[in-house]
Design a protein around this ligand. Structure first.
Ligand code: URA
Length: 198
């Protein structure tokens, strides 16, 4: 079995949070084990919980369109979430849930070793750009330890707020050239807080 397959089996047994009791299916993530780009969203919603797959509802359809705009399909990227179980009634993830689930995400990143990590929305952004505001840093990249981190708005936010559509679509269009330049983008100076992240 692949390293990701083994990890998914472990994730499926996880009962660390109360929300694990209410899930229909756990949603570990999916995509290519050797993907160059990893997209990290927030948490499964109703559709994802039903299917056990990330981004398969309306926000997922829009993410598919955004990926297609840069010539990519799901099979060429990896898509995960900050937490792997659906919070009831789609509430925001709790700090304890994010903390409990963090190890799974770190292990996914270790296996995939992406060149670029794209955060979708503020919960994902907060893990990699602590203390930053999405309205300020969306569409900007930061390289640390040989990985380019890039923050975007969440596709669901753009679905609810028309004015964000152009922003998210333009931010997506910057990804191919960033990806082509990962080797030459300069590393950011590390702040002590960021060193503890991964
Ligand atoms: N929103 C997310 O953040 N992740 C999903 O998987 C679906 C919707």
């Amino acid at each position: 079995m692949s390293a990701l397959g083994e990890l998914y089996q472990e994730i499926a047994l996880c009962q660390q949070c109360e929300i694990a009791k209410y899930r229909t299916k756990v949603v570990p993530g999916e995509g290519a084990e050797d993907a160059d780009i990893m997209f990290i969203g927030e948490a499964p919603g109703w559709h994802e919980d039903q299917q056990g797959r990330p981004f398969v509802g309306p926000a997922g359809k829009y993410l598919d369109e955004l990926l297609a705009s840069i010539g990519l399909g799901r099979g060429q990227v990896y898509i995960a979430n900050v937490i792997k179980c659906r919070p009831q009634v789609n509430r925001d993830p709790l700090p304890a849930e994010i903390q409990n689930c963090r190890n799974w995400l770190e292990r996914q990143i270790e296996i995939i070793r992406p060149k670029m990590i794209v955060t979708l929305g503020r919960y994902s952004m907060a893990m990699f750009f602590p203390g930053k505001s999405i309205s300020k840093i969306h569409g900007t990249a930061q390289k640390r330890d040989n990985v380019v981190y890039y923050a975007m708005y969440h596709p669901a936010a753009a679905l609810h707020q028309q004015s964000l559509r152009r922003v998210i679509e333009e931010d997506m269009l910057k990804i191919p050239s960033l990806l082509a330049q990962t080797e030459i983008i300069e590393e950011e100076e590390q702040q002590p807080q960021q060193l503890t992240m991964f």
